[in-house]
Design a protein around this ligand. Structure first.
Ligand SMILES: O=C(O)CCC(=O)C(=O)O
Length: 200
């Protein structure tokens, strides 16, 4: 089915069927056992509401030294490999042979959110960013290529996949709120978002 287009972002609603969501969630659990969630702080020292982990050659971290990609988890260990089913999904939705080097894993509890931002720490904005939602619904807001202006929002649900590429690669985006209890996929509730990016 053709994706729904919102401000250039391609949103594949219900891309993953419940069984595929369950299997992806199990794969994420395995990653998080090896690379436990941590709560990043902004360079100004404020704790972010989202908890993070990652798989791949790079993870993304933030602390007093700033926002950046890092080859290691805060524990000092390498990040686990990106699960094969995640790489398959990337190939399916992008049609690219080049694999992403970072699978960022965001965990949102009922009160977590993510402010409007651009993904611009990567070397080449020619590669798309792919985002996969699991668990509770998240209200995803899409703005413009510069800060400010009008925005539009859409509820991303478990199994939805969004692709930010082409002219929409650098669009401002964020998550305003979580609809707690809207999914039963995560036994303790909450939302997981996987963000796949080519870094180098
Ligand atoms: O959780 C989401 O849907 C978006 C995550 C995001 O924007 C990011 O990790 O940069």
């Amino acid at each position: 089915m053709a994706p729904l287009m919102l401000r250039g972002v391609a949103i594949h609603k219900s891309y993953l069927l419940p069984e595929a969501q369950q299997s992806l969630f199990e794969a994420v659990r395995t990653v998080v056992r090896a690379a436990p969630f941590f709560r990043p702080t902004t360079p100004r020292g404020k704790a972010m509401s989202v908890r993070m982990s990652a798989a791949g050659r790079y993870g993304w971290i933030s602390d007093a030294k700033g926002y950046r990609y890092s080859r290691t988890h805060p524990s000092g260990r390498d990040w686990p490999d990106i699960p094969e089913q995640v790489l398959t999904l990337w190939r399916e939705v992008t049609g690219l042979d080049r694999a992403p080097e970072c699978c960022l894993i965001n965990y949102y509890d009922a009160d977590a959110r993510m402010g409007l931002h651009q993904d611009r720490d990567e070397a080449d904005f020619g590669w798309p960013v792919v985002s996969v939602s699991l668990g509770d619904d998240g209200l995803f807001r899409i703005g413009n290529l510069t800060r400010g202006g009008t925005t539009q929002s859409i509820w991303l649900q478990s199994g939805d996949v969004a692709v930010m590429g082409g002219d929409a690669r650098l669009v401002y985006h964020g998550v305003d709120r979580i609809r707690a209890g809207s999914s039963k996929l995560l036994p303790k509730g909450g939302r997981i978002n996987l963000t796949l990016r080519v870094v180098e």
